[in-house]
Design a protein around this ligand. Structure first.
Ligand code: PLP
Length: 434
């Protein structure tokens, strides 16, 4: 156990006190200070080793400290740091746009635009959709998470902690039911709900876009039912409405494919990307049909740091890896292994109401004896896992879903160890089925 030599205090305690003193308490996070990270493992400032099943909330699909990403960033460091693409062009930005469009399914010409964060990508996708269609309305779903800026917070569904006291919200945002079969909301219910939105909230002729996550992340790791994205696409096409697929969390190999929408055979006009796109560096993007992406007047979208060269150098490597069929196969195999172990746990523990997900983007919904959301037990499981060296995280409107976003380079041994710890943590927090 590392200690501060002068005071004999664990480094974590000293840094936690510093954090309390200097960092706004409004920022979430446990007093856990990372010193080193590699693959699916983290080491803290006191030398404790952790298995990371959350991967920076989906930013570490390629593994922490991916050596190819680091090498590319080192090379870029020797060339130049920042330029501002709206001022001087540079090749890595163009390369990333090309590679990103390769991740966007659909047999049509595509173009891309780069920004810094997921929220910024979503903001820009909405701006582009409004400009192209000349319409104001945006429809989002229950359980959605699209970010924390004013517009994206408005699109986000969970009031506490994301929206509480932060209004007034952006106008012209309408919310439709999101499919949640485990809670009785089927694909059909959600589509019926969308038609009700058209009747009692906004006429479809005033809707620019419908935005949805193919697998809702923060909302509870809810994969869209098989038929839902295609139904949505057909309805949108009927009314001249664009579809924005928010792949910030579900994209970049997280479900085994570059874009999660590929599982559904749909071809959204616009897709937003971020998180693992940068292999650990901050970068995001919007891809879309070329005519839509070109529709905004020059200068209508942009930003100082969007597509920073260091982030582009990292993103080039990260996206190439995701496009590699071997990477995708390994991710799918990892997902299948985890799924079968989670299903086994689901059979054994009454507290597991449902195991769900797509490929290696997996969640388990924790319920009480009456099948109701059980946030306290969820927090207990996450806490027990942390004490045993496994990083887990909750999700869901009721904070009762444990999400698994393990780096896709995790070894079989990593997964087996993590699953054992999860099982022990479930045992500590609950009682198994008789
Ligand atoms: C689906 C989705 N969209 C947008 C965002 C916002 O991304 P960022 O935090 O980079 O702004 C997130 C973040 O978790 C997300 O999961």
């Amino acid at each position: 156990m590392g200690t501060d030599a002068a005071t004999d205090t664990p480094h974590t305690d000293r840094l936690a006190a510093e954090r309390d003193r200097w960092v706004s308490s409004s920022v979430n996070g446990r007093p856990f200070f990372v010193e080193r990270a590699e693959g699916a493992r983290l080491w803290d400032v006191d030398g404790r080793e952790f298995l990371d099943f959350v991967g920076g909330i989906g930013t570490a699909n390629h593994g922490h400290s991916n050596p190819d990403v680091i090498a590319a960033v080192r090379t870029q460091l020797d060339n130049y740091l920042h330029q501002c693409f709206s001022l001087h062009s540079y090749e890595p930005y163009v390369d990333v746009c090309r590679l990103l469009t390769e991740c966007h399914p659909g047999d049509f010409a595509k173009k891309a635009f780069l920004a810094n964060s997921g929220a910024e990508a979503v903001e820009n996708a909405v701006k582009i959709a409004r400009y192209f269609t000349g319409r104001d309305g945006i429809i989002c779903l229950d359980n959605a998470f699209h970010g924390r800026t004013l517009l994206t917070m408005t699109l986000t569904a969970k009031v506490r902690p994301y929206k509480l006291g932060m209004g007034p919200f952006a106008p012209e945002i309408y919310r439709a039911p999101g499919p949640y079969p485990f809670r009785g909301i089927t694909s059909k219910n959600a589509i019926d709900g969308l038609h009700r939105v058209f009747k009692n909230q906004v006429d479809p002729s005033n809707v620019a876009a419908i935005i949805y996550e193919p697998v809702q992340g923060e909302g509870g790791f809810l994969p869209m039912p098989n038929d839902y994205p295609m139904r949505l696409q057909e309805i949108a096409a009927e009314h001249g409405i664009l579809i924005i697929a928010d792949e910030v969390q579900s994209g970049m190999g997280r479900t085994g494919t570059p874009a999660a929408v590929e599982h559904y055979g749909v071809t959204p006009e616009l897709i937003t990307w971020a998180k693992s796109m940068g292999g650990g560096l901050p970068i995001s993007g919007v891809t879309g049909r070329a005519d839509i992406m070109d529709s905004v007047h020059t200068g209508g979208i942009g930003g100082t740091y969007g597509g920073n060269p260091l982030s582009c150098a990292a993103a080039k490597v990260a996206i190439r890896q995701v496009l590699d069929p071997n990477f995708q196969d390994a991710a799918k195999a990892l997902g299948a292994r985890m799924r079968s172990r989670l299903d086994e746990l689901g059979d054994r523990f009454d507290a597991i109401g449902e195991v769900r997900g797509l490929g290696p983007m997996l969640g388990i919904e924790i319920v009480d004896g009456h099948g109701q959301p059980d946030a306290a037990t969820t927090a207990a499981i996450v806490g027990h896992a942390f004490d045993r060296g496994l990083i887990l995280m909750g999700a869901g409107l009721d904070s009762n879903v444990i999400r698994v976003l393990v780096p896709l380079v995790a070894t079989e041994a990593d997964i087996a160890e993590g699953m054992d710890v999860l099982e022990q943590s479930l045992l500590s927090a609950t009682k198994p089925a008789p």
